[in-house]
Design a protein around this ligand. Structure first.
Ligand SMILES: O=C(CO)[C@H](O)[C@H](O)COP(=O)(O)O
Ligand SMILES: [Fe+2]
Length: 219
């Protein structure tokens, strides 16, 4: 079963509560929340106070994607704010094993994100500590970028690794996912699709969520 995670990066930040209700009613599974610090990535977005304000507005799973340096500093703050899944970048977490354990100790599911240039083997020895690997299919920092097809074999490699180790790790893809690009990532083994501009830019968000989910049918 494919899960759909609309990214609020493409929402109207002046009407966030309403924008979240819209994707919840459209049948989304997760709400993908992009946190950017202006250091790890050039952009700055939102932080724990905004997540805490949104928490009572939605019963969606809050899937928080940290694009920040030294993410271990903010694990407690995002747990308190109400994150369900907390994903840190491999490239930003110096002591990844320790940080993943810390996320789980705070009662959240732990994720690791890989930039397009980062090989899949970087998560091999921590996979039992990882609930979700987030495979970036654009360079992180901005919504609305073009999907990088070169990354697709990495998804397949991670799916084989998950099967070999017999763990239940989800494989999430993020960046440029739309009805044209979704079938290839699902065929390669992705089971969680982040979509920002595709969902928020659609005239009918519910129809778009259904189209993306259908990428998994008959794969
Ligand atoms: O992490 C991200 C950017 O760094 C976003 O989640 C991603 O870009 C989603 O937006 P879109 O679907 O428009 O590409
Ligand atoms: Fe993201």
């Amino acid at each position: 079963m494919i899960k759909i995670a609309p990214s609020i990066l493409s929402a109207d930040f002046g009407r966030l509560a309403e924008e979240i209700r819209k994707v919840e009613e459209a049948g989304a599974d997760y709400l993908h929340i992009d946190v950017m610090d202006g250091h790890f990535v050039p952009n700055i977005s939102i932080g724990p106070p905004v997540v805490a304000s949104l928490r009572p507005q939605s019963s969606l799973v809050f899937d928080v994607h940290l694009m920040i340096e030294a993410p271990e500093r903010y694990v407690a703050a995002f747990a308190e704010a109400g994150a369900d899944i907390l994903t840190v970048h491999f490239e930003a977490a110096r002591h990844l094993d320790r940080t993943l354990r810390l996320i789980r100790e705070h009662g959240m599911r732990a994720g690791v994100a890989l930039n397009p240039a980062t090989p899949p083997g970087m998560v091999e020895y921590v996979l039992p500590l990882v609930d979700q690997v987030l495979v970036m299919t654009v360079n992180p920092g901005f919504g609305g970028q073009k999907f990088l097809p070169e990354v697709v074999p990495k998804i397949a490699g991670l799916r084989r690794m998950v099967e070999r180790q017999g763990v239940g790790t989800d494989l999430e893809v993020d960046g440029g996912i739309d009805p044209e690009t979704a079938p290839a990532v699902v065929r390669a083994g992705a089971n969680v699709l982040v979509a920002g501009s595709a969902v928020y830019g659609a005239a009918d968000a519910a129809a778009m969520v259904q189209r993306l989910r259908a990428a998994g049918v008959g794969k």
